[in-house]
Design a protein around this ligand. Structure first.
Ligand code: NAD
Length: 420
């Protein structure tokens, strides 16, 4: 596979692991161990929706690697999601959990459906159908799902309910799903944790690059859980968010958008398009506005060789998973754009999911300030580990991040010995 063929999420993930294995001198057997997913499950969901209509919905669960613990990774609900995409994302999760130092492996799920085109009631029917279909693949020792694109806290609550009542009880023994509503054993601050983690890594990068956080102009692609929270949290530091896009379009204001008002507009109208506090622009042009930091926080492969040369940011903070293809990555490196790679930048969510997992095992409740303090400390420490290695090896941050993660998984495989 050449760099130019690596435009999909799976191809990007495979490319990155192969490159890492080469840098680290891993042999073919070890490469196979860390490349091949442990389990790929394809199920067909056939729920009757509230209007009595029969639907056919393909869904997937992939457990890529469980050397360091149960597979962890979100459920993506988009109309075009594929098994390949979920496989690539599950690989990313293996490296993310290893890098941020939580005892999990990598997994991911996909449900082929457009959440914007159905009612909340029908979404609940589909989520429950999915949970029943893959029930035996979910568990605190097997795979622990969480929200991803198209799914949210409410969906995780339905999964929790479906699993506990399938056993006839109100609670589960251990944590089967994270990102749940707090009232059902979720953790305070999980919803904000990925976006907040993105801001922690940008702050850490600014310190190293001698940039002032309060002077930054930030552009954000995607205004959902990750992009919306990252935008809201970064304006609190004094930075200006000058451009935002979502699926409906883009909005720009050079002096800085009022993010609270933009959120109100999105709640009322369903998207950023038509926001009176900004100027409407074509959706994809937000990737190319002049800014200091670009935060891709939508789907994968949004920065390719087609637009990498036109990006006008000094830094890219990858809120999304796999937003940069390998060919685009090379262009960004040549252009000396500082990239905070996804497995570092958006790891705040899985770190706080780990706190939720431990609190549920211990039947305890952490406070918001405890969660915030632990998230800040872990994101800062992980950023430092990656930055130090990148400096030492004179390599891009992406190489340093994945190499640290691969080495940890390889160490785990060797420590386990012959089995499994
Ligand atoms: P979300 O569904 O809450 O939001 C996605 C946003 O992207 C929406 O605003 C949508 O309109 C927008 N969008 C979709 N296509 C777009 C396009 N072509 N151009 C511009 N905007 C577009 O999803 P999310 O949970 O915020 O996830 C976003 C990204 O972050 C995904 O890549 C996901 O894998 C990654 N991520 C999420 C989490 C998490 O905790 N939710 C954790 C780690 C990584």
């Amino acid at each position: 596979m050449s760099k130019k063929q690596s435009n999909g999420i799976l191809q990007t993930a495979v490319w990155n692991v192969r490159q890492s294995a080469q840098r680290l001198g891993l042999d073919e057997r070890m490469l196979t161990r860390i490349l091949e997913p442990r389990e790929k499950i394809v199920v067909a969901l056939h729920p009757f929706l509230s209007d009595g209509k029969f639907v056919h919905i393909p869904a997937f669960v992939v457990r890529h690697n469980d050397t360091l613990g149960p597979a962890k990774g979100g459920i993506r609900m988009t109309p075009g999601v594929t098994l390949d995409e979920i496989t690539g994302l599950s690989m990313e999760m293996t490296w993310k959990t290893a890098l941020v130092g939580v005892p999990f492996g990598g997994g991911k799920s996909g449900i082929c459906c457009d959440p914007a085109a159905i009612t909340p009631h029908d979404k609940e029917i589909i989520i429950r159908a999915f949970t029943r279909a893959v029930r035996r693949h979910i568990g605190p020792e097997i795979y622990v799902p969480a929200p991803d694109m198209g799914t949210n806290e409410a969906d995780m609550g339905h999964i929790r309910d479906c699993i506990s009542y399938s056993g006839g009880t109100s609670i589960t023994d251990g944590c089967f799903v994270t990102g749940k509503p707090v009232v059902l054993g979720g953790i305070i601050g999980r919803r904000e944790s990925t976006g907040q983690g993105v801001v922690h890594t940008i702050a850490a990068a600014c310190e190293r690059l001698k940039l002032k956080l309060a002077d930054l102009r930030v552009a954000v692609q995607g205004f959902g859980n990750v992009g919306g929270v990252a935008a809201a949290r970064i304006v609190k530091t004094g930075a200006a968010v000058t451009a935002v896009s979502d699926i409906t379009g883009g909005t720009v204001k050079e002096k800085g958008l009022d993010i609270a008002k933009l959120q109100e507009h999105v709640r009322a109208s369903g998207g950023v398009k038509g926001f009176a506090g900004g100027r409407d622009v074509p959706r994809d042009s937000v990737m190319e506005v002049p800014c200091d930091v670009l935060v891709p926080a939508a789907g994968g492969s949004s920065i390719t060789e087609a637009n990498a040369g036109r990006i006008q940011a000094r830094m890219i903070a990858e809120g999304a998973n796999a937003p940069v293809t390998p060919a685009a990555d090379e262009i960004l490196q040549e252009r000396d754009i500082f990239v905070i790679p996804d497995i570092l930048c958006n790891a705040g969510g899985v770190f706080v999911s780990y706190l939720e997992y431990t609190q549920e095992m211990q039947r305890e409740q952490m406070t918001y300030s405890e969660v915030e303090a632990r998230l800040t400390e872990r994101m800062r420490k992980t950023f430092s580990d990656v930055y130090e290695r990148a400096q030492q090896k004179k390599s891009p941050m992406r190489w340093a991040a994945i190499d640290i993660a691969v080495l940890r998984v390889v160490e785990g495989i060797l420590a386990r010995g012959l089995l499994p």
